[in-house]
Design a protein around this ligand. Structure first.
Ligand SMILES: C[S@@+](CC[C@H](N)C(=O)[O-])C[C@H]1O[C@@H](n2cnc3c(N)ncnc32)[C@H](O)[C@@H]1O
Length: 273
């Protein structure tokens, strides 16, 4: 219900609502310079620092991320993974993040790039109806990085807000900019037999609008939450003749026990051939 109300507010207002709700707390609290004010954290709820640390631990443990890696952060938000990465990656590695929300990119440039020159953030004005009212088409965006440059990429809670033509384009671009054997840590909402059964038994988080190979949670705001049929995701979007899935961990969004999952969302670790 709360989610429905939130999605009904125009995207440009949602940032202001959040800013105003947290203003008193942000004015009174003491924070480190590498912690954004709560009112600016437009990317989700919960323990921002704890979640970022947990993702970087997964990158290292299950994706074999090394300190000298060139790293691409797709949808870098307001630095949730860049902040802990700034402590892990060495100053010879090239970290590049990009996002469609200028506020997050500006905060990261002012607070992370200012301390770590090898961390760069790019604002790319692409349309996503959850986050913006206008912009260019993500389905034809060409990543502005050289070929075979990155050892590791992540897309945390981004493909869950993008439709198939856009995600397919991002995997085409990843094929181009990743080094051979480079790893991609990506989260999704995946519809397969087990997740479907769990989802139906758990009324909290449902995808009721079925389209061709994918599902929407809210038919009026496409980017709100998007789920992919697993076969469609593997064969039509990621395409397993160019990437192999090295790890799958299905999430607890559909009601699975938390102890069985890496994350709320479904996680694939994918290696470029
Ligand atoms: C739920 S937030 C997650 C942000 C960040 N990855 C994190 O884990 O904190 C989703 C992010 O995806 C960004 N986004 C939406 N559409 C995008 C696109 N087409 N390309 C890149 N980023 C996008 C949003 O602006 C937002 O920052």
């Amino acid at each position: 219900m709360l989610r429905k109300i939130f999605y009904s507010i125009p995207s440009s207002w949602r940032f202001w609502v959040r800013r105003i709700i947290f203003l008193p707390e942000d004015m009174l609290s003491r924070r480190s310079s590498l912690m954004p004010p709560k009112g600016l954290i437009y990317t989700g709820r919960g323990d921002f620092i704890g979640q970022g640390n947990a993702y970087v631990d997964l990158f290292i443990k299950h994706g074999d991320l090394k300190p000298n890696a060139n790293f691409l952060d797709i949808g870098s938000g307001i630095g949730r993974v860049a902040i802990p990465l700034s402590e892990y990656l060495s100053n010879t590695s090239d970290y590049q993040g990009f996002d469609v929300i200028e506020l997050g990119v500006n905060w990261c440039q002012q607070n992370i790039t200012a301390k770590f020159e090898n961390f760069q953030f790019k604002y790319v004005p692409l349309l996503n109806d959850l986050y913006r009212d206008n912009g260019d088409d993500a389905a034809s965006y060409k990543f502005e990085y050289p070929e075979s440059h990155f050892d590791f990429a992540c897309s945390v809670s981004v493909f869950t807000h993008m439709i198939p033509t856009e995600v397919e384009n991002y995997f085409n671009e990843l094929e181009r900019v990743m080094k051979p054997k480079g790893k991609i840590f990506a989260t999704f909402f995946i519809i397969n037999e087990e997740n479907s059964k769990l989802m139906q038994a758990n009324s909290g988080f449902n995808f009721n609008h079925k389209l061709d190979g994918y599902y929407l949670m809210d038919a009026t705001v496409k980017g709100a939450n998007v789920a992919f049929e697993e076969e469609y995701l593997l064969n039509e979007i990621i395409k397993t003749d160019r990437f192999k899935i090295t790890t799958k961990s299905y999430g607890h969004w559909c009601g699975r026990d938390k102890s069985e999952s890496f994350d709320f969302q479904d996680v694939y670790i994918i290696e470029k051939n």
